[in-house]
Design a protein around this ligand. Structure first.
Ligand code: 2AL
Length: 242
């Protein structure tokens, strides 16, 4: 199958590390194409960044969605997820949503360890929207800037491990969800060090995308995920209208 992995930020180094993690997780028959928007923030660490990035996601799925069997949005705020589902018919997965579901399969309660503390509320809002807030026992910021993870994050692994250990003890949780797509390359190391399931949403979303595709499931076009209504868009967004 053809899988589009879309990094919603504009860090080329992070797109490359996400692509590497996605290809490592993908089955032999899956071809991974990694892309990022042509505009927008280098990293997504707040509501403003996320709003601009969501427009980049919308443009990117319009440009690169054709011919794909599934799409993964690889930023932990799942920016533009619902918009991408409206725009496409193939399954579209967000890495946060995928990670929360994966964690719920292997533990009654999980903790999220993320980047800047200010992004914790984004994960908390998503947990509520996805109906999984009761499975999450805590969301913890490390105040590691996203771009410090750009090259794979090896320099940050000790700090993330320390935050995860504290979270496991304080929250009495059984699994750790990594709260940034830039942490994907650290998942194996942290799993080995922590001895509990550590979930990277990039790998989880890739495997869930393959499963959905294998089941023949596509995004519903009944109701709110129907194609956007045709109308005029003006200004810089003019080409994005239907
Ligand atoms: C992220 C992420 O996954 N990519 C990005 O730019 N920001 N998430 C986060 N919690 O900071």
């Amino acid at each position: 199958m053809n899988l589009l992995i879309l990094n919603p930020n504009t860090s080329e180094a992070m797109t490359a590390s996400i692509a590497q993690a996605a290809r490592a997780a993908a089955s032999a028959g899956t071809t991974v194409t990694a892309v990022q928007p042509a505009f927008g923030p280098r990293s997504i660490e707040g509501h403003y960044d996320e709003t601009i990035a969501a427009a980049g996601v919308a443009e990117t799925v319009r440009l690169h969605g054709a011919g794909m069997d599934a799409v993964v949005i690889a930023c932990f705020g799942d920016p533009g997820l619902d918009a991408a589902r409206e725009a496409l018919e193939v399954p579209v997965l967000g890495v946060a949503e995928a990670a929360f579901h994966a964690a719920s399969f292997v533990a009654t309660g999980f903790s999220v360890v993320t980047t800047m503390t200010r992004t914790c509320v984004t994960a908390e809002h998503l947990l509520q929207r996805y109906g999984l807030a009761s499975r999450c026992r805590g969301v913890h910021g490390t105040d590691i800037p996203v771009l410090a993870l750009e090259d794979g994050g090896a320099a940050c692994v000790d700090a993330i491990e320390a935050a995860a250990r504290e979270a496991l003890a304080r929250d009495r949780s059984g699994a750790i969800v990594l709260g940034c797509a830039g942490m994907a390359g650290l998942c194996a190391t942290l799993s080995a060090r922590l001895g509990v399931p550590v979930i990277d949403g990039v790998a989880a979303a890739v495997r869930f995308a393959e499963a959905l595709s294998g089941l023949g499931l596509r995004t519903s076009k009944q109701g709110d995920y129907a194609r956007p209504l045709p109308k005029q868009y003006v200004g810089w967004a003019a080409p994005l209208g239907w």
